[in-house]
Design a binder for this molecule. Structure first.
Ligand SMILES: Cc1cc2nc3c(=O)[nH]c(=O)nc-3n(C[C@H](O)[C@H](O)[C@H](O)COP(=O)(O)O)c2cc1C
Length: 434
């Protein structure tokens, strides 16, 4: 199996070992031999797509940054990683931090950026300390700061600690947070490449995305494009949790069959049980049924066939005894709690979905609740400033669609009486949902 990020080298997280294994050769190569545009072209040709969830082509995103401008430009490396089921960026900070920082420097060179921020969720103090120490070392060695590696290119890298909010991983909320404001997403357009941090051109990339860059430069875009699935090339860091014998983070090529990951790499479903469902890409993506999981390949294109998505490649395995109503209620509580409250459909809709799900859990559900839940989800989806609304709607909509029988069996009564509006002087719309 090809390894691009989590290489099998002892102590790769020390600068000496990283350099002894070819570390910073890609940075030196671009500084000496490549123009900024050529680096962007190489990343475009590699086919690298963002690893933060939306799979946007990285080279294309970089090409949106204005080339000639007297304004400052910024890079934000997104290490907020707060979605349930996602825990792979932390592994990079721990096991190969210098490759990530080398990628950050190359990205800055390619886009003519002199300031990069690494945004890390505040509670992740262990990884903040690691990266802080690595940055200090690189300043001392002349890889960061004035005249990077003896070249005429200069750039600074800062860590920004988040205060622990899932919404701050959304790129525009992340910028608001760095600016010292409340982590509210902003309406797009304008897109960050035009109007980003403090109104200046900005690119936001996920940590894993950036960590791929040195290997693309060292081994060439053609090689990278040949790894895994052609439309979504490279490897992915699959973070596997749930009812599995060997949970953890596994680097595997895109397009690896899901059951190969579960059975061959992770030792199968735990306690000899059978599989009921799998969430393939973090809690926001639609789950797969057992039959779908048996056929699924793990890349962005293949999962579309099952109305799901690769997301952050955080795989959550659920065995035959899993109560999907409980799972869905817990996931919905997360989005309800993390909604920033700016958009009415998300702020109110998440609460409505949660209350309906809880009502069903308490044995007071109605059959019509299932369509009501789908209807509320449909009215959230696509109607909010950022994709947190979609992230809350998808699991509700698709878990019910795909596992309707299980939800129906939980509902004991077909209908309960709606309040008699003739007897009630004032009735709030939400009374129907409580
Ligand atoms: C609610 C929400 C939370 C997000 N959290 C993260 C995150 O923690 N890390 C991340 O890289 N992207 C996150 N994203 C996606 C980012 O908005 C953005 O697409 C990504 O950082 C771009 O990097 P990429 O192109 O390298 O994938 C989130 C999106 C939403 C809507």
């Amino acid at each position: 199996m090809t390894k691009i990020i989590l290489k099998d080298i002892d102590d790769l997280n020390t600068l000496e070992v990283y350099e002894a294994n070819g570390g910073f050769s890609a940075l030196k190569k671009v500084l000496k031999e490549m123009k900024a545009d050529e680096v962007i072209e190489e990343v475009k040709k590699s086919g690298l797509r963002g690893r933060g969830g939306a799979c946007f082509p990285t080279g294309l995103k970089w090409s949106f940054m204005p080339k000639v401008t007297d304004k400052p430009k910024f890079l934000c490396c997104n290490g907020d990683e707060s979605e349930p089921g996602s825990f792979k960026d932390r592994e990079i900070f721990e096991r190969n931090p210098y490759q990530f920082l080398e990628g950050t420097l190359i990205a800055c060179y390619a886009m003519g950026i002199k300031t990069a921020y690494i945004y890390i969720r505040g509670e992740y103090y262990r990884w903040i300390n690691i990266i802080e120490e690595c940055i200090n070392q690189l300043y001392k060695k002349g890889y960061i700061g004035k005249n990077v590696a003896g070249s005429s290119f200069s750039t600074d890298i800062y860590i920004h600690k988040g205060a622990g909010a899932y919404i701050c991983g959304e790129e525009s909320a992340l910028m608001s947070s760095i600016e010292g404001q409340r982590g509210y997403p902003r309406v797009k357009p304008p897109f960050p490449a035009q109007f980003g941090l403090w109104g200046y051109p900005t690119t936001i990339n996920n940590i894993e995305t950036i960590t791929n860059i040195p290997e693309i430069i060292n081994r060439g875009s053609k090689w990278f494009a040949s790894v895994g699935e052609p439309k979504h090339p490279g490897t992915l860091l699959f973070g596997i949790s749930g009812h599995i014998n060997k949970p953890g983070v596994y680097e595997l090529e895109t397009g690896t069959p899901l059951m190969t990951i579960i059975n061959e790499y992770c030792g199968g479903v735990w306690r000899g049980k059978s599989l009921k469902a799998v969430i393939p890409g973090g809690s926001s993506v639609p789950p797969l049924t057992r039959d779908e999981a048996l056929k699924a390949k793990m890349d962005s294109e293949s999962l579309k066939e099952f109305n799901s998505a690769i997301g952050t490649a955080g795989i959550i395995v659920m065995d035959q005894d899993t109560d999907l109503l409980e799972v869905l209620t817990r996931i919905t509580y997360f989005y309800f709690h993390e909604s920033c409250g700016q958009c009415t459909p998300c702020r109110e809709g998440c609460g409505w979905m949660l209350r309906i799900l809880r009502r069903i859990s308490e044995g007071k559900g109605r059959m019509s609740d299932l369509d009501l839940l789908i209807s509320v989800a449909d009215n959230i989806e696509g109607n909010t400033i950022c994709a947190l609304g979609d992230a809350a709607a998808w699991p509700v909509k698709w878990t019910i669609r795909k596992f309707r029988g299980e939800f129906e069996s939980k509902i004991q009564k077909e209908e309960i009486e709606l309040p008699n509006i003739n007897k009630v002087h004032s009735i709030r719309h939400t009374d129907y949902y409580t």
